[in-house]
Design a protein around this ligand. Structure first.
Ligand SMILES: C[S@@+](CC[C@H](N)C(=O)[O-])C[C@H]1O[C@@H](n2cnc3c(N)ncnc32)[C@H](O)[C@@H]1O
Length: 196
């Protein structure tokens, strides 16, 4: 998967990495910043997603589409499709450009708006990456978990970088008998859940 990344995807990854690094130092407003996952988190997500069972792949929090590109590698390898949700129209526009330039529009569907309006209807979820504002994590968790299929993965980012705010969601997952959960200290800290 990582040895055969297409040139268009590599170019878009590099472009977004540069834009994200610039955002972090030039005083860009927090909501406008890309706030992407680091590459090692992308690789971890892609490896996990490639081993997820057959079913729907979703992402909550697209931003400019960087994490989506990593997940698209798994989709290409495992013949899956991914639906990604972005709240802000200007970020969705950027992500749409990313997907066109990277050549992944055949496997990625981008939906602009609050993911919570769509999640209750999304059944048979095989893989979910949650990377939105911390305030919506608990809602998203409760909407996604009942719709996960056996052996599927729910991965939530930022559980170590925003430990205090996200600890209730981590504890909810670790005490939830519907799944097994562990915190993985990679990047900003991933909560990794596997549906039983
Ligand atoms: C940390 S960024 C995502 C970064 C992206 N996953 C990446 O690594 O490239 C969080 C994104 O979630 C979006 N967001 C926040 N709440 C949302 C919601 N309820 N539904 C969909 N997107 C949401 C924000 O607008 C922001 O673009």
């Amino acid at each position: 998967m990582f040895h055969t990344i297409s040139q268009p995807i590599l170019e878009q990854m590099r472009r977004l990495e540069e834009a994200d690094a610039k955002d972090r130092t030039d005083g860009t407003d927090r909501l406008k910043r890309l706030r992407q996952i680091p590459p090692e988190t992308g690789k971890f997500l892609a490896l996990l997603a490639a081993s997820a069972p057959s079913g729907k792949f979703i992402e909550i929090g697209t931003s400019g589409g960087y994490s989506t590109l990593w997940l698209s590698l798994a989709c290409r390898a495992a013949n899956r499709r991914l639906t990604t949700f972005e709240l802000l129209p200007e970020k969705a526009k950027l992500a749409a450009e990313t997907f066109t330039l990277a050549g992944v529009t055949d496997i990625v569907t981008l939906i602009t708006g609050d993911a919570r309006l769509h999640l209750p209807r999304l059944t048979d979820i095989a893989f979910c990456f949650l990377d939105a504002e911390k305030e919506v994590y608990a809602d998203c968790y409760e909407m996604v978990v009942p719709n996960l299929i056996t052996g599927s993965f729910l991965i939530a980012d930022n559980v170590l970088s925003h430990k205090t705010d996200l600890q209730p969601v981590v504890e909810r997952a670790q005490n939830d008998s519907r799944l097994d959960a562990v915190v993985v200290p990679i990047g900003k800290g991933l909560l990794m859940c596997r549906k039983i």
